[in-house]
Design a binder for this molecule. Structure first.
Ligand code: NAD
Length: 471
């Protein structure tokens, strides 16, 4: 059993002032695997003052120096790649393929920021004035458990590129991953205090970050409810906020799509990270006249997906991160049944041989109505809703009839037609014919999926304050 009893403050791994501990459990066996000592308000304040002090000099660092730091961090992560993948699998049950992809994304985020720094103009002429883009200050970074290392890669590469210093509060359930990531930043020889990591609870460490006047911006990824609380708290000290929140993303299958390819791809997009992904394509919108064919393909494909040990390379769906998350997903499956949706496959029964862990079978409801709760609320598990539609006009209406707007997907043989449909969707990122990623293009949500954008130029500008100098 491991004990995580230090946190990274002001360039050192220190014993926290907080003494409360939290048990960490394996999602595969529900056996205790580690214990983390939680930081308190005093630890958080210490980290914030270290970041405040470091900002005085780091904000004045040259682009060349920042590029070197980013290269150092990238090399340190690259060196610990295998350990980071293994710990994601152990700690939250992330399936091997997804965990490996997450680390590649994190490494790639540093490369993308290094490239951007080489060309970005921190001084620009706008109108008759000089505009200086100045780092916004000390940034509080609050993130969830579901792709911790990926979020650290995106947010820290951008904040450090901008010249900001940071206090990071990952999920308390990611303590082991966090320690390895902190070691990467330590090895990168950043000036002390530039990067700080605190283990702790949201209503203690997160709340201190939200109210502390020495934090100038919060970059948050997590649920819409917590995002709203943070935004309300942040306004008292007029902090800038970037909020990456929940989603209920539509996946539109147009009537000319090749169903044999589009439906398996759609199911993979729904069950990404065992369904615990913000951008998961959880509403599959299919032409009514193709519903029977879609149901058959979907049922067969779901049966071919291996649910089980996340360590195995061929596992598609691993366990839910915690018992609480497991129960939440099971509740939603029951709600779907009560609402009258047809259960095509899966359900509340634990898959055979996996009774000890938080496993849920690949679950697909069909004949779902977009007004049902299972079609409107984020479930965050391997549960897909198939919703039939009659016309192209209607499918666009259903796709946009949601409180969220993080991602959307369109499949068609006629690409121009797919693009025309995409242009009418209210979502921050739209993928045509499959899943793709672009670390230079903006990512973020319309409506209750968030405020602001990450990645590339859009992401960088969110860590900068424009200052116009007029003569
Ligand atoms: P969560 O909102 O419960 O927690 C996220 C973080 O906020 C954690 O570190 C938590 O400790 C902290 N927190 C909790 N209460 C707080 C408070 N009062 N003040 C400050 N911080 C507080 O989310 P979760 O369950 O860890 O993650 C799942 C959610 O994250 C889903 O809704 C998912 O859609 C969302 N998410 C969004 C994106 C995106 O990019 N849009 C990506 C991944 C996950």
């Amino acid at each position: 059993m491991k004990a995580i009893n230090t946190m990274y403050i002001n360039g050192e791994f220190v014993t926290p002032h907080g003494t409360n501990t939290l048990d960490l459990f394996s999602p595969v066996t529900n056996q205790k695997i580690a214990e983390v000592t939680l930081g308190d308000e005093i630890d958080t304040k210490q980290a914030i003052s270290a970041a405040k002090e470091a900002f005085k000099t780091y904000s004045k660092s040259t682009v060349k120096e920042r590029i070197t730091y980013l290269e150092n961090v990238r090399n340190a992560i690259e060196k610990r790649k295998e350990a980071l993948i293994d710990v994601m699998i152990e700690e939250y049950g992330g399936v091997r393929q997804f965990s490996a992809m997450t680390i590649e994304f994190a490494i790639n985020d540093f490369t993308t920021m290094i490239d951007l720094l080489k060309e970005y103009q921190f001084e620009q002429v706008v109108g008759k004035s000089k505009v200086v883009l100045q780092p916004v200050g000390v940034v509080g970074i609050i993130i969830p458990w579901n792709m911790s290392n990926g979020f650290i890669g995106t947010k820290l590469s951008t904040a450090l590129a901008a010249g900001c210093t940071v206090v990071v509060k990952p999920s308390e359930m990611s303590a082991q991953q966090t320690q390895i990531m902190a070691a990467c930043f330590h090895e990168a020889n950043l000036p002390k205090g530039v990067v700080n990591f605190i283990h702790g609870l949201g209503d203690v460490v997160g709340a201190e970050i939200t109210r502390n006047p020495d934090i100038h911006k919060i970059s948050f990824t997590g649920s819409t409810n917590v995002g709203k609380m943070i935004a309300k708290g942040a306004v008292d000290t007029m902090k800038r906020v970037t909020l990456e929140l929940g989603g209920k993303s539509p996946n539109i299958i147009l009537d000319d799509a090749d169903l044999q390819t589009a439906i398996p791809t759609a199911i993979m997009a729904a069950f990404l990270n065992s369904g615990q992904a913000c951008a998961a394509a959880t509403r599959l919108l299919v032409p009514m006249e193709k519903l029977n064919e879609v149901n058959t393909i979907a049922k067969n494909f779901a049966a071919s997906l291996k649910v089980g040990d996340p360590n195995d390379l061929d596992t598609a769906i691993g366990p839910m991160v915690s018992q609480k998350q497991y129960e939440r997903v099971i509740d939603y499956i029951q709600i779907g049944q009560q609402e009258g949706a047809t259960l095509l496959t899966g359900g509340t029964q634990k898959p055979q041989g996996l009774e000890a862990g938080n496993f849920i079978a690949a679950t697909i409801f069909t004949n779902v109505n977009n007004k049902m709760r299972i079609a409107r609320e984020e479930i965050f598990g391997p549960v897909l809703c198939i919703i039939p539609y009659q016309t192209e006009e209607e499918v666009i209406e259903i796709a946009n009839d949601t409180d969220y707007g993080l991602a959307a997907y369109v499949s068609a043989s006629d690409i121009e037609r797919a693009k025309k449909v995409a242009s009418q969707l209210d979502a921050g990122r739209i993928c045509i014919n499959g899943l793709s990623h672009d670390a230079k293009a903006p990512f973020g949500g319309f409506k209750q999926s968030g405020i602001g954008r990450e990645y590339g130029v859009y992401g960088l500008s969110a860590y900068l304050e424009p200052k116009a100098i007029l003569e």
